[in-house]
Design a protein around this ligand. Structure first.
Ligand code: ACO
Ligand code: KIV
Ligand code: MG
Length: 517
């Protein structure tokens, strides 16, 4: 790293993250996440609250045994039994830390702890001294600091630093602070506490007002050198500051921040996926850094810009945070440049600009019906575009089916037959059967036998395209026809007509699908 100061990353996914209702983790899961955090090169891993339960004690102990390279921390109330339990759980850690806390806000002291401010100062000092007798690395948090009286905070902080706390963590426990205010608080505490230079100032922000990361960054600008955060912003209520956002903000804006972290950012996406899979809390698609759309572009103007010069619309590289690559999503907002580029990647090139334009029009038509166009959709769409260049005797102009519970389905099919518009109405045992009967009536296919009818969805989802294959036999000759559409009955009619055109024309070698004829 450069000569810049180190910003310590303290990950509390396994402790505060686990406090999210529904996010409890087993010992084995904590060890797996602990190892992922080690690969990420997190400085401190808060592995749990050993006094909470026998299971959490064992989890902290297992993480302390398994992980080398990151300091392992256990949380404890300012009580002798909690602190001793934490010390015990950390015994096998290569490097351990006891984190003890006691609330300092008037509301917490009076209503929850039922302690006077003097009692709180005494208990905090006693807790830190006991913790220091068990472990040389001790952190103290004045819980609910964000709503505490700054003068009282100064008193508590000075006392715990004197008692041996090497890290003083300022939590905005209920996410009440705003960035300018919180940054100002950190700056003032560092200025006013006489021994502030003897401890690292840390922050622990909650996201109740959606500003946990902004508050953490404001604190860093005011001298905080440890940020407590979680993968994917998991944590109590609306969560904690997201590790990936803090790390990448500091890294991306090195022109602004006076410090940097030691995080290996390539491990961010793997760690995010692991935490999401274990907890079942998937990040929303538009989540910064780790959301599925964080490096995806669907708009034609953005795609064109990124294809010409990535930085036009990206401030970070997807690969640098562990994604395989950025993503061009083809959809109704996409333009020709992205369409052409994707087809080229698929090995599909057009002989003329006219062919490309024709396929592009079909693509826009499909995109109006479907959210996202996948590679398989494109392949089907281009195959159809090529087929249209051939001389077709039969072309589907319109199709309507009526299908109702307890009623015989009926299809109304309009075709262009040798350039003339023809219409037929037929009942059938199902909508596809009715549509096929109407087509047979219009084209006179009595001598043609249907050998195979199969449907597969090209992509997943109820809005996906269905691909239908129809195999026909006439006079010993067998052909396959294909059709695709988001409407399965239309796809079936297209496939049937495709096969009939082939069998009628006898020009099978010119069609790419004729290989299997
Ligand atoms: C802001 C935070 O995230 S703090 C961490 C929150 N995490 C958790 O609470 C998860 C783990 N907690 C637990 O498993 C349990 O709450 C335990 C084991 C810690 C305690 O359980 P119990 O003994 O049954 O107590 P209970 O949870 O009902 O109440 C908490 C007690 O701790 C006291 N307390 C709360 N914080 C502290 C503290 N920092 N130091 C000392 N005592 C405290 C409360 O005043 C209350 O005391 P009381 O019983 O005399 O009224
Ligand atoms: C234990 C402390 C640091 C905490 O989680 C909080 O105050 O939010
Ligand atoms: Mg918290």
């Amino acid at each position: 790293m450069s000569e810049k100061e180190r910003l310590i990353i303290f990950d509390t996914t396994l402790r505060d993250g686990e406090q999210s209702p529904g996010a409890s983790m087993t010992r084995e899961e904590k060890v797996r996440i602990g190892r992922a955090l080690e690969r990420l090169k997190v400085d401190v891993i808060e592995a749990g609250f050993p006094a909470a339960s026998e299971g959490d004690f064992e989890s902290v102990r297992a993480v302390a045994r398994a992980v080398r390279g990151s300091r392992i921390c256990g949380l404890a109330r300012a009580r002798e039994d909690d602190i001793r339990r934490a010390g015990e759980a950390l015994q096998e850690a290569e490097a351990g830390r006891i984190h003890t806390f006691l609330a300092t806000s008037p509301i917490h002291m009076e209503k929850k702890l039922r302690m006077t401010p003097d009692e709180v100062v005494d208990a905090a000092v006693r807790a830190v001294k006991l913790a220091r007798s068990l472990c040389d690395d001790v952190e103290f948090s004045p819980e609910d600091a964000g709503r505490s009286d700054p003068e009282f905070l100064c008193r508590v902080i000075e006392a715990v630093i004197d008692a041996g706390a090497g890290t003083v963590n300022i939590p905005d426990t209920v996410g009440y602070n705003l960035p300018e205010q919180f940054g100002g608080l950190i700056g003032r505490l560092r200025e006013r506490v006489p021994n502030s230079d003897k401890a690292v100032f840390s922050v622990h922000c909650h996201n109740d007002l959606g500003v946990a990361v902004a508050n953490s960054l404001a604190a860093v600008m005011n001298g905080a050198r440890q940020v407590e955060c979680t993968i994917n912003g998991l944590g109590e209520r609306a969560g904690n500051a997201a590790l990936e956002e803090v790390v990448m903000a500091v890294r991306t804006r090195q022109d602004f921040f006076p410090c940097d972290t030691g995080i290996d950012a390539h491990e961010i996406v793997p760690a995010s996926r692991l935490v999401a899979n274990i907890t079942g809390f998937q990040p929303q698609p538009n989540k910064a850094i780790v959301g599925a759309n964080a490096f995806a572009h669907e708009s034609g103007i953005h795609q064109d810009g990124v294809l010409k010069h990535r930085e036009t619309y990206e401030i970070m590289r997807a690969e640098d945070v562990g994604w395989h690559t950025n993503r061009m999503v083809l959809g109704k907002h996409s333009g020709r440049n992205a369409f052409r580029a994707r087809l080229k990647d698929l090995g599909i090139e057009f002989e003329s600009e006219e062919q490309l334009n024709e396929a592009f029009q079909r693509f826009k038509g499909l995109a109006d019906k479907k959210h996202e166009i996948f590679d398989e959709d494109l392949q089907a769409l281009v195959t159809e575009a090529n087929l249209e260049l051939e001389n077709e005797r039969y072309r589907l102009l319109a199709l309507r089916v009526c299908s109702e519970t307890g009623e015989t389905p009926e299809a109304i099919v309009t075709l262009a037959v040798d350039g003339h518009e023809r219409r037929a109405v037929c009942p059938g045992s199902g909508p596809v059967d009715a549509a096929f009967k109407a087509i047979e009536e219009l084209v006179g296919a009595a001598d043609t036998e249907l050998l195979l009818y199969s449907v597969s969805n090209i992509t997943t989802g109820t809005d996906s395209q269905g691909e239908v294959t129809v195999r026909l036999e006439r006079g010993g000759r067998i052909v396959n026809g294909q059709g695709s559409d988001t409407d399965i009955v239309i796809a079936s009619a297209k496939a049937y007509l495709n096969a009939l055109n082939k069998i009628d024309q006898g020009e099978l070698r010119r069609h790419p699908q004729a290989a299997d004829v």
